[in-house]
Design a binder for this molecule. Structure first.
Ligand code: GUN
Length: 281
């Protein structure tokens, strides 16, 4: 494995490497995988994400099937589509882009996806399997962070890891994955007392708090590895993360930038899961 040595963890370069490895694997092993991508409505951010996922499929050599449903589609119609895709032998992965319109029950839709095709890793069975160390798909953003750390030469075993944020998509699966890597894990959230003191204990600090530039140098131990999951547009239209990069960077031993850190890894891991899904059908 190539180790990327810089202080700034280059998610763009590392995700490109992962995609190139997958592309080679698809070619050398003659893998014919297909991902069904469902978007309901036309939320502009979702359209950008879905477009990027389809582009990545094309680059790697994964077939993508696109389903664009109108905003007012009845929930049962979406569920029928998912059930149909579950049965199709020419479809390996199913991705329903979130958020769904308010009249739909996201949990119900996720539960309808076959765990064998659950490339997002959102199904309760996938989450349960992860929590007891059994095979199953892991949520793509936390899985991407594990890859970023490993490919940057960061040792995880035995390290003090503090995660700020407890969402089902990032914080909780992140904690499970870091445990699997033998880190000592603390999960903090909005009700945590003494957040500063706890964050300062971290050898590896993972921030998914959803507040622009919230984490300043007061939260960071000298030499810590800092991973920023947030992405926001500030008052000047500039992209920024949950970490105040300019303030924290001098203190950190390694740090992810925003953009170009965690973000690009999510799609690379989705592509990885699609190829894994092929092996399960
Ligand atoms: N919306 C924002 N991020 C994601 C993701 O990773 N998967 C899906 N399905 N929807 C999302």
């Amino acid at each position: 494995m190539v180790i990327y040595m810089g202080k700034i963890i280059d998610g763009k370069a590392i995700s490109q490497k992962v995609k190139d490895e997958l592309k080679d694997r698809v070619k050398n092993e003659n893998i014919d995988a297909a991902l069904a991508v469902i978007q309901v409505g036309n939320d502009p951010a979702s359209t950008v994400y879905v477009g990027n996922k389809k582009k990545a499929c094309e680059y790697i050599g994964i077939r993508s099937l696109s389903f664009e449903l109108p905003e007012e589609t009845p929930e049962e119609e979406l569920l029928d589509l998912v059930r149909d895709l579950n049965k199709r032998e020419d479809v390996d992965g199913i991705l329903v882009q979130l958020p769904l319109p308010p009249h739909m029950d996201e949990d119900k839709v996720i539960r309808t996806i076959s765990p064998k095709k659950d490339v997002d890793g959102f199904h309760p069975q996938s989450v349960g399997a992860l929590s007891i160390g059994q095979p199953g798909f892991a949520s793509c953003t936390p899985a991407g962070i594990i890859q970023l750390l490993k490919r940057s030469g960061v040792e995880i075993e035995g390290k003090e890891c503090v995660i700020i944020g407890r969402s089902n998509i990032v914080g909780k699966p992140m904690a499970l994955l870091m445990l699997r890597e033998n880190a000592t894990v603390t999960v903090c959230h909005s009700r945590t007392k003494n957040l500063r003191e706890i964050a300062k204990r971290a050898d590896i600090l993972i921030v998914a708090i959803g507040k622009p530039r919230f984490i300043t140098k007061d939260y960071v131990k000298e030499g810590a590895v800092v991973i920023d999951v947030g992405i926001h547009r500030d008052e000047n239209g500039k992209l920024c993360g949950d970490v105040d990069f300019a303030d924290v960077e001098p203190l950190a031993s390694k740090i992810t930038p925003v953009p170009g850190g965690v973000g690009p890894m999510t799609i690379a891991m989705l592509m990885n899961n699609c190829i894994e899904a092929k092996g399960l059908q």
